[in-house]
Design a protein. Structure first.
Length: 308
């Protein structure tokens, strides 16, 4: 069995459990936002702190892979804008296609990289998250500001503060500081943070499943097909080509391709709702890319391993 596919099975099984819990009513729909926020704000930063604070960076060379991932997101954003005249749709729908092309579910990929590549994969994806989250958010907000329909345009200062105060970024930065100074490498605080971190990924995966909206798959199917194709087929190729050009090989190349091939994130729906994007198209993209990535992720990584 392909090791990536083997690692995907438990991840998608947990996602399926989340969908089943919401669908059955055992966990009512109105409770899931609180669960998602707990995992995102409270537990995920603890996970990232724990991983980065204990990482042995002397044994890991990650700069080319992180740079390649960052450039990959920028390239996908530029490609989406270049294709806008050919897509020939309204502004809000284009913003959803753009977000579908550049947004990625970092915590799902973190879980997959951890299961497949161990600590080195966990550290690399964590570092890619802290570098690329600001880049992706700035691009998405800019495009929504230009082509969205919301009459309330975002305040630049508020957007910058939202990025700077992102819990995932803060967790990574705090972990980096602790790593440099040797703080919390062991002891009760390190144990508490590690225990909290272990609860993050299961809750995130359950929340991803609970957020799946199959009814949204009927929204503007031709545009949905474009968005999903950009994310699951074009993006892995772009990320892989950039990483290969940067000299990235082996497991690091496969991980950069994994990042490019990631399904969409629910944060795209929240931003579309706030800034005038096409919410239904975005919901459909997140659902379709999550489901189809079970097929495309192993294929993308297999191609990367054959090349690198």
């Amino acid at each position: 069995m392909n090791p990536i596919f083997g690692a995907l099975l438990p991840i998608f099984a947990v996602i399926g459990v989340g969908w089943g819990l919401r669908r059955s009513g055992l966990m009512p729909a109105e409770q899931w936002p609180a669960i998602s926020r707990l995992a995102y704000v409270g537990l995920s930063p603890a996970l990232l702190f724990s991983v980065i604070s204990r990482a042995d960076f002397d044994a890991i060379t990650v700069a080319p892979a992180v740079a390649a991932a960052a450039l990959g997101f920028i390239a996908m954003g530029a490609l989406a804008i270049a294709l806008k005249p050919l897509i020939n749709t309204d502004g809000p729908a284009f913003t959803s296609i753009f977000q579908g092309s550049v947004r990625w579910n970092g915590l799902v990929i973190l879980a997959l990289a951890t299961l497949s590549y161990g600590l080195s994969g966990e550290v690399l994806v964590s570092l890619i998250m802290v570098v690329t989250i600001p880049i992706v958010n700035v691009m998405a907000v800019t495009v929504l500001t230009i082509w969205g329909t919301s009459e309330k345009k975002p305040d630049v200062g508020a957007v910058l503060w939202r990025i700077i105060s992102n819990p995932l970024i803060l967790g990574c930065l705090a972990g980096g500081v602790a790593n440099v100074f040797g703080w919390f490498q062991s002891g009760p605080i390190a144990d508490v943070l590690a225990l909290m971190g272990r609860a993050a990924l299961p809750l995130i995966l359950l929340a991803v499943g609970a957020a799946l909206d199959f009814s949204a798959l009927n929204a503007r199917r031709h545009l949905l097909a474009i968005s999903v194709t950009m994310k699951l087929i074009v993006a892995p190729f772009v990320f892989g080509a950039v990483a290969y050009a940067f000299g990235v090989r082996g497991d690091e190349l496969a991980i950069v391709v994994l990042v490019g091939a990631s399904p969409g994130a629910a944060s795209a729906y929240v931003l579309a709702q706030q800034l005038g994007g096409d919410r239904r198209l975005t919901a459909g993209d997140v659902t379709a890319s999550t489901l189809l990535s079970m097929i495309t992720l192993p294929l993308a990584v297999w191609v990367a391993t054959q090349i690198g």
